[in-house]
Design a binder for this molecule. Structure first.
Ligand code: ATP
Ligand code: MG
Length: 468
């Protein structure tokens, strides 16, 4: 819910990556694309991709790769189409960075040192927006508009902070915690969020970086070392923030319970004082980072009850990510099956519901399934509207498979369509009916494994209380 004003339509203009190293003035591209959209379009729809740019001035039309209507904040979320007269256009132009664009910033050697005597570095730096993260945000499915809400709130938070609000009066930490059950997309959400923020904030910050801290590598096997390591890593980030005031930094700590475990419980651990010092160092470090307007800290956790109270108290936005419901599960299955179709593993098929006698609207409806070039399954709404009454129709069978999948993690749902074909079919190419049968066998097997694991937990008395 927003305090209503004119909605903002966010449009992302992707500039091609040129191998000759010529730097493109993305600010000029942005202004020109804004004017071009206003002159050439009356309505834009969410998800719309524009890839031909007739009328755009030559140098810019040549460097542009695509224009995506990414999102609308403050708009009517039910409607995907927006009249340009009724929205404020926010166009961002960006170039995707690749690994080779990266240079280790000074004062960050600690990131590359391995932790715990193994080869795992303590942190990884990624220049944003990065090719490796392209498409990740769009691949995530949630019931609620969690993505647009958080993206909009945090980009506003960063632009407020850029105005250097008085730190004694406005006391926030720009610390975000994404929590929820395993495999619901928390880690992907945070990486995708960093990518999208770097695009959205491009106007204020020409450079952006994701610094991903490996929390496990900071738990040192040498007594008393963890606190020092946390300290050193956070100090390096602070130096980087000071040296690069024009760079937006998203610091990401996955599975933060490793570093911010409750200090009262740590007293009963093997090395109580080391664990307590690590949390102390983290809290002190976070308090220093917040002085810099160009950083946000994003964390994930499965177990909020395991987190230290003082850490939780510093979190500004806590977002719970629940298990998936029918609509996103259906969408993921549809995407996966269609991808298998595009690669020739499942035969192309089309689906329709038509009048038995097309010229007579009084006749009954019938379900039609036909071989086609591509496999294109109906959307969830189409399935509900047209196919639900045909018990043997493929879309209805897929919807049954979806109902059987409630309670499975997003991770499991994403892998089951392909995995089930590998496990329960031996054909190189199969029809969609066989693929859905295999999928349902895969779902049954996952549900059984989950039930057995729960029973085993109950016997050993380790079952986690509901709601964590
Ligand atoms: N909501 C979702 N929508 C689409 N795909 C999802 C979703 N949740 C999970 N996935 C799939 O599962 C994979 C793993 O997700 P991710 O690692 O982000 O989950 P997580 O919540 O961090 O899990 P864990 O709690 O085990 O760390 C993703 O790469 C994606 O393929
Ligand atoms: Mg994770």
């Amino acid at each position: 819910m927003y305090v209503s004003q004119q909605p903002i339509l966010h449009v992302e203009a992707r500039v091609k990556n040129n191998s000759d190293g010529i730097i493109v003035r993305t600010d000029l591209v942005r202004d020109e694309v804004t004017q071009w959209l206003i002159d050439n379009f009356v309505v834009l729809s969410l998800g719309q991709t524009i890839s031909s740019f007739g009328g755009l001035s030559e140098p810019h039309a040549q460097v542009l790769d695509s224009i995506l209507v990414a999102e609308c904040s403050g708009g009517n979320l039910d409607s995907g189409a927006y009249r340009l007269q009724q929205v404020q256009l926010d166009v961002q132009a960006y170039q995707l960075r690749t690994q080779s664009d990266q240079q280790s910033p000074p004062n960050t050697q600690i990131f590359d040192e391995s932790g715990n005597g193994d080869d795992v570095p303590r942190a990884r730096t990624l220049a944003l927006p990065n090719k490796d993260l392209d498409g990740l945000w769009e691949s995530l499915e949630f019931d609620q508009p969690i993505q647009s809400t958080i993206l909009s709130a945090i980009s506003r938070m960063v632009s407020f902070s850029a105005r250097r609000l008085d730190k004694w009066t406005i006391n926030w930490n720009r610390l975000i915690l994404i929590w929820g059950p395993p495999g619901t997309g928390k880690t992907s959400f945070c990486r995708g969020l960093a990518q999208k923020l770097s695009i959205r904030l491009g106007k204020h910050y020409p450079q952006s970086k994701l610094i991903e801290i490996n929390a496990h590598s900071l738990g040192s096997k040498f007594f008393g070392e963890s606190g020092k390591l946390v300290n050193r890593v956070l100090e390096s980030i602070e130096l980087l923030l000071e040296a690069e005031e024009d760079t937006f930094v998203c610091m990401f700590m996955d599975e933060i319970e490793t570093l911010a475990a409750r200090r009262d419980r740590a007293l009963s651990s093997n090395e109580p004082f080391d664990a307590i010092r690590a949390v102390d160092a983290l809290l002190t470090g976070l308090d220093k980072l917040k002085e810099h307007p160009n950083v946000i800290v994003v964390c994930t956790s499965n177990l909020v009850t395991a987190l230290d109270q003082a850490f939780l108290d510093r979190v500004d936005i806590k977002q719970y990510i629940p298990q998936l419901s029918s609509r996103p599960i259906y969408k993921i299955y549809k995407e996966c099956l269609e991808e298998l179709g595009r690669h020739g593993i499942i035969e192309g098929t089309s689906f329709d519901v038509v009048q038995v006698a097309p010229t007579d609207p009084q006749t009954a409806l019938q379900y039609v399934e036909q071989p086609a070039e591509q496999l294109i399954l109906p959307t969830f709404d189409d399935m509900l509207l047209h196919y639900k009454m045909f018990p043997d129709a493929i879309p209805k069978l897929l919807a049954d498979a979806v109902l059987e999948s409630i309670g499975l993690s997003g991770r499991t749902v994403r892998r089951l369509p392909a995995l089930s074909l590998v496990l329960y079919s031996n054909r190189a190419r199969c029809d969609i009916r066989t693929a859905i049968q295999a999928l349902r066998m895969g779902i049954a097997s996952e549900c059984q494994a989950m039930a057995e694991a729960t029973m085993a937990d109950e016997h050993s008395g380790t079952a986690a209380p509901n709601g964590q």
